[in-house]
Structures are given as structure tokens and as C-alpha cells.
Design a protein around this ligand. Sequence first.
Ligand code: AMP
Length: 289
Amino acid sequence: MQTFTTIAELRAALAPHRLDDRTIGLVPTMGYLHVGHMELARRALADNDIVVATIFVNPLQFGANEDLARYPRDLARDQAMLEAAGVHYLFAPGVADMYPRPMETVVDVPTLGSELEGSVRPGHFAGVATVVTKLFNIAGPDRAYFGEKDYQQLAIIRRMVADLAQPLEVIGVPTVREADGLACSSRNVYLSAEERAAAAIVPRALDEAERLVAAGETDAKRLEAAVTAFIAGEPLAKPEVVAIRDPDTLGEIASVGDRPVLLLLFVRFGSTKLLDNRVIGPKNAKKVA
Ligand code: AMP
């Protein structure tokens, strides 16, 4: 695997592959890789001739009070993991490589980007859409891989690609979880031992919602209230977003049980915010064989 830090080097390495009609898969990350990231890489390797992983802790998507400076980093370990997986190129630019001048141009998906996680992280999704567009322009991938764990991010990127006719396919990859169900995340290392144990409440809340729907709950607001109370039963957990939404538009919906709904959770443990979600099917879905 070759690692590049400049746009010009990566473009030069990819140009001959494009001339030879090899397909390119892109796996954008912020590094400090875990098995969830590696699942994206595995899918990309299965689908494409050439795979480019990127590691860039993007300042544009961090708010003033967020964890940009302390975001975990371990480039040597990440390189070893990607190399062992068979990834062909790693693009790991510095901030000055990506943004030699302050960015004047912004890609924004303002409606999808201002609700849910966007409501507590103003500007976050414009930062994501802008850097992802720039990475697409740099690498020119045929396919790009994103985790369903960041459901809203995936929805925003799908919308952006459609709206701007960006010439690639977006592939969503199911969430990879730890043994107790907690979604793998680079930010899990921030959790104290007590918080890590308490964080199992997040996937359990998804199970609880599914149970309530299967038991006949049909009202979205009541379900949100029940899930909020369930999470708040864990003293270390502070539910910030508990939302039942349309899985496609992320718009509010009133009733559950008759069609698939998205449950999106954003839960704080101390200063660490954990994200999770599940699409919950109609209560009779499993009986259809
Ligand atoms: P990040 O480095 O946190 O920005 O994540 C990079 C990519 O990996 C994003 O598309 C995430 O949605 C995806 N990802 C993060 N955690 C997981 C996970 N547990 N399972 C699957 N994909 C994930």
C-alpha cells in the first residue's frame, strides 16, 4: 500500500488505473480505524479493482466546542490495518494539503443537515458534504462507501450525489457492533470504564423500541417518550436526540407499525456523544415469508 499526503500524488497514482478502466472504490474516514471501517474497506475491495482509503480529521465538520484537537489518531496502526486488508492506497493529507487556503466554497444540504444531529451540531453536515465532495473530486471513485451507523450522513451524501449528479455510486454498509451491541466508533475510547458499560443502553434502547412496536405501539411521539425514558433510566446516559423519522426523507411521522420507520439516537455520556439508529419494520414484517 502506498500512502500519499498530497492531492497531486494521489491523482498521479490513480490516473493510469483510470486509463486502464479499473474501477476505484473510495472509503473516507477520520482514522483511528476499527472493525467497522475495515468492513467498509472489505466491501470496497470486493466490489472494485482499486481501493483508496482516506484519513482526514476534517476541521470543517467540528464545532468550536467539539473534540477536533483531541480526536484520536494513530496513523502507523491505521496503515498496518489497511495494508493487511489489501487496500491499495491511503490518502492521509494534512489540513494544509486539503485546504491550502481557507475554504470559500461550501456544499450544504441545509434541510436534511439542520435537523436531528444537525440541530445539536450546527454546520457539521455542511463540513461533511464539502470535504466528501472534495474527496470525490480528488479520487474520482466509481463507488464510495459509508456506514449506516451515521444514517443522517449517509442520507445527506446520497441526496448530495443525486442533486449534483456526482458520477459515482454511494454504498451504505450495515453497522458493525461490539459484543454487547454498542456500535463500533473511534470515539468509544473516550468512555471511562463505567461509561463504556453504561453505553450498552444505546443498542438496548433500539431493541426496546422494536419490542414496543411489536407489542402494538403505533404512536411515534409515545414511542420517542418511552425510548427517552428507557435511556434516562441509565444514570450516566443523557439522551440528546430520540427521533422517529421517515427512513428516506428523515421527515417527522406520526404513526409507527404500518411501515418501516427510522429510530435515531444521539446519547451523551459525560462529554462523549454516541450515535446509533435502527430501521424498525412493520410489526408483521417478520411473518411475511
Ligand atoms: P469516521 O472515521 O467515524 O468518520 O467513519 C468513517 C466511515 O466509517 C463512515 O462512513 C462511518 O459511517 C463508517 N463507520 C463508522 N463506524 C462504523 C461501524 N460501527 N460500522 C460500519 N461503519 C462504520
